[in-house]
Design a protein around this ligand. Structure first.
Ligand code: ATR
Length: 275
């Protein structure tokens, strides 16, 4: 029997996850089927439960359901608790286990695929919504020297910094929340865009000198052409990366959790870049 999985979201038609998991299944010889599943805005729970009741083994969860997925679970991993959101559910003997693989997807892409260290670095995380919260613990696990959260609504950046400052994982880092205006004069080795600006073709109001020499600008979104954030960073001499590698890495971590096998990500990233 082929084991069935899906990604649940709204919208879902654009999702690359079915293609990614099909490639992982071919590569590892695992007999799985992975589909895109559209849930109505008020129908996430019903969609997940009917997929499970029809024999589904697990789902990935994307916008806008990651908080609902977290609430739906019977057991929640520590990293999903830190994120207060889940992008991964596994169905097991009537119970739903939740995890969050987004953050490790980001850090694996930066550290392994792009070959850049995070330890001892000055890291700027732009945004203080769910996407930013989801990657904070995995970033802190690499012990950056400085982790600054900048947000348009500064109160949210301050709150997030305050929540994480007392966690053991933050012990090696100076964690703070700032407004964009307060970034003047600060320079960073890694600048990560976790705002929704790229979805709307907007540019977050970053000072031009935010990028230290040799800095990496990383956009958690992926798009066919460079986002305004990546274009802004490239024009100031930064190395740039979109979030395609993060997407493939979070999928690989999910595949590992479901199937016990870690797929190779490099050939899948290459396939998506050069279809
Ligand atoms: P997500 O779950 O994707 O993080 P969200 O919780 O709605 O979505 O958060 C969106 C983030 O993008 C927020 O940090 C938001 O800033 P505010 O908290 O001030 O709203 C940020 N954002 C959206 N549009 C922005 C813009 N034009 N400039 C700067 N930040 C923006």
């Amino acid at each position: 029997m082929t084991d069935r999985y899906a990604v649940v979201g709204n919208p879902i038609a654009h999702s690359k996850s079915p293609e990614i998991h099909a490639a992982f299944a071919r590569q590892t010889g695992q007999d799985i089927d992975y589909a895109g599943l559209l849930a109505p805005p008020d129908g996430f729970r019903a969609t997940v439960e009917s997929f499970r009741d029809a024999g589904g083994k697990g789902v990935n969860v994307t916008v806008p359901f990651k908080l609902e997925a977290f609430d739906l679970a019977d057991d929640v991993s520590q990293r999903a608790k830190d994120a207060q959101a889940a992008n991964f559910l596994r169905f097991d003997q009537g119970r739903i286990h939740a995890d969050n693989t987004d953050g490790v997807g980001l850090t694996r892409d930066i550290v392994r695929n792009l070959g850049l260290g995070l330890a001892g670095k000055r890291v700027l995380l732009i945004g203080a919504g769910g996407a930013a919260q989801g990657v904070l613990t995995p970033l802190l696990e690499y012990e950056p020297r400085i982790l600054t959260i900048a947000n348009r609504t500064v109160e949210k950046a301050l709150r997030l910094a305050e929540t994480f400052r007392h966690k053991p994982v933050a012990a090696a880092s100076v964690l703070s929340g700032l407004s964009f205006g307060e970034l003047a004069g600060h320079h960073f080795d890694v600048v990560i865009n976790a705002t929704s600006t790229s979805l709307h073709g907007e540019l977050p109001p970053l000072p031009a000198d935010a990028f230290a020499a040799g800095a990496l600008a990383y956009d958690m979104m992926y798009a066919a052409k460079p986002t305004p954030f990546l274009a802004f960073a490239a024009a100031r001499g930064a190395k740039t990366s979109d979030g395609l590698g993060m997407l493939v890495e979070q999928a690989a971590e999910s595949f590992l959790l479901w199937r016990g096998v870690r797929p190779e990500t490099a050939p899948v990233i290459a396939m998506l870049r050069n279809p």
